[in-house]
Design a protein around this ligand. Structure first.
Ligand code: FAD
Length: 422
């Protein structure tokens, strides 16, 4: 059997040939408080008069149930040759003996807490609990971890901002060879830079958004691309601070290999329904997931399965066209798939313009989009973007008859308002 495929009867996170990682609740420790069942966003947890159990066919290992559990009974992950059924779990008085676990999996069977914390922080701007679009495809998460990452080979690393500008952004293609690394548009992957931090400990994991569609850079390829900005910040003493992971990634050569962790992310996903309008607001590398969204919709349109009226609407800000990642390729995306508002803040002889200014420029269009029940908004990039976007939407709402804070709360509840900032 292909080790990454789901098996009938349910599997959570398939691992090696013929095994899967299954989420289980310890009946001896569980106090039957119902917190996990109430927390699970996809209804994977259920109970009878005896036990609380996890449906292996539904659980996507998102980890939302882990920290609310008051006892820790929820946090059990077995690598098993075949998933325990619901009936088996209902009958247990205690967990069955743990089968022999893969050597590398011991320390890492738990959900990746490092990645979960980074994502929680990145999604904080959405307020409350981040929710996936109701029609999003089911993502795979936590397939590879620090102890046993997937090995990827760099098959491309090119700068996508003009050389000579201060914004050095690279399009880096990672190929997984024969090892399946399934991703959905909007998910992230993790990398750990080589070496040690200032305290001699292994570096923390960094997350990077997947910039390609789920079927790879070219349809059918087992690869994905990242959009990485080289962090180089002048210090007050005149020296320059070089970000550890971004510089390592941007300096990788074609043929180099690296470990990749993940995939991660269960909410910042594209709605599958082609009728959905999608407003995408970004600066810099915040464009990475939107490149993935665009490629997905473009391929669907080419295949004739889109678009039943839904369109992508991109508000993308940079200082100049030379500093806007993917400026050239963007010009080739059919307008029927993507409406583009490219906004520049440092053009000679032009007043500064930011994405929120452009949003205000044609408020009626945005108001009309927001009035549709299937419209989604995504904000991605540097954290500073959020306040400006919120202020613009509040103003547009005041002039066009809606209260943005209330609408935002409603959209968030319905999985239609998404923020990923860092
Ligand atoms: P670090 O070495 O971690 O430094 C980060 C910052 O810390 C610096 O900018 C600096 O301000 C400060 N700093 C740390 N040490 C010092 C020091 N000694 N002196 C002075 N300042 C210091 N990034 C992308 O480029 N593309 C993406 O698609 C992307 N997607 C992301 C998705 C998510 C969900 C998240 C959470 C983050 C994403 N990031 C992305 C950001 C990325 O994870 C890294 O944070 C970023 O690349 C910087 O990492 P670094 O190791 O280069 O910098």
């Amino acid at each position: 059997m292909d080790g990454m495929q789901q098996k009938e009867g349910g599997m959570t996170a398939p691992r090696a040939e013929g095994t899967t990682k299954q989420h289980l609740i310890d009946p001896e420790i569980c106090i039957r408080c119902n917190t996990c069942e109430a927390t699970c966003p996809i209804g994977a947890i259920t109970h009878d008069e005896n036990n609380y159990v996890v449906d292996p066919g539904t659980c996507n290992a998102c980890g939302d149930c882990i920290s609310p559990c008051p006892t820790g009974a929820i946090d059990n992950w077995f690598v098993v040759p075949a998933a325990f059924s619901l009936e088996e779990q209902f009958s247990w008085q205690e967990l069955p003996p743990r089968p022999p676990q893969p050597a590398a999996g011991d320390a890492s069977d738990a959900l990746d807490a490092e990645a979960a914390a980074l994502l929680e922080e990145a999604h904080r701007g959405a307020g409350g609990k981040a929710r996936a679009p109701s029609t999003a495809a089911k993502p795979k998460v936590n397939l590879f971890n620090r102890a046993s990452p997937a090995t990827a080979k760099v098959t491309g690393n090119i700068r996508v901002t003009k050389s000579g500008t201060s914004s050095d952004v690279h399009h880096i293609i990672l190929d997984f060879g024969a090892v399946p690394f399934p991703v959905l548009e909007g998910q992230s992957i993790g990398v750990v830079p080589p070496g040690a931090d200032a305290n001699g400990r292994p570096h923390a994991m960094r997350l990077y958004s997947v910039a390609s569609a789920r079927d790879g850079e070219k349809p059918g390829a087992n690869n994905l691309a990242l959009t990485v900005k080289r962090v180089a910040e002048p210090r007050s003493d005149g020296s320059v601070f070089h970000g550890v992971a971004s510089n390592w990634l941007c300096d990788l050569k074609v043929g180099d290999t690296l470990g990749v962790i993940g995939p991660f992310g269960t909410t910042f996903l594209l709605p599958e329904e082609p009728e959905a309008d999608v407003i995408m607001i970004c600066t810099g590398t915040g464009s990475a997931p939107f490149r993935a969204f665009t490629e997905r919709r473009r391929r669907l349109a080419q295949g004739g399965t889109a678009s039943a009226g839904g369109k992508l609407h991109l508000y993308f800000g940079a200082r100049t066209p030379e500093e806007l990642p993917y400026f050239g390729p963007l010009q080739k995306v059919p307008p029927a798939v993507l409406a583009q508002e490219l906004v520049f803040s440092r053009l000679p002889d032009r007043p500064k313009e930011y994405v929120q200014d452009r949003m205000r420029a044609r408020p009626a269009e945005l108001a009309a989009l927001l009035a549709k029940p299937r419209t989604h908004i995504y904000v991605c990039g540097l954290r500073g973007l959020e306040a400006g976007v919120d202020a613009a939407l509040e103003e547009i709402g005041a002039a066009h008859g809606f209260d943005w804070p209330s609408l935002r709360a409603e959209m968030r509840e319905q999985g239609r308002f998404h923020v990923e900032t860092y």
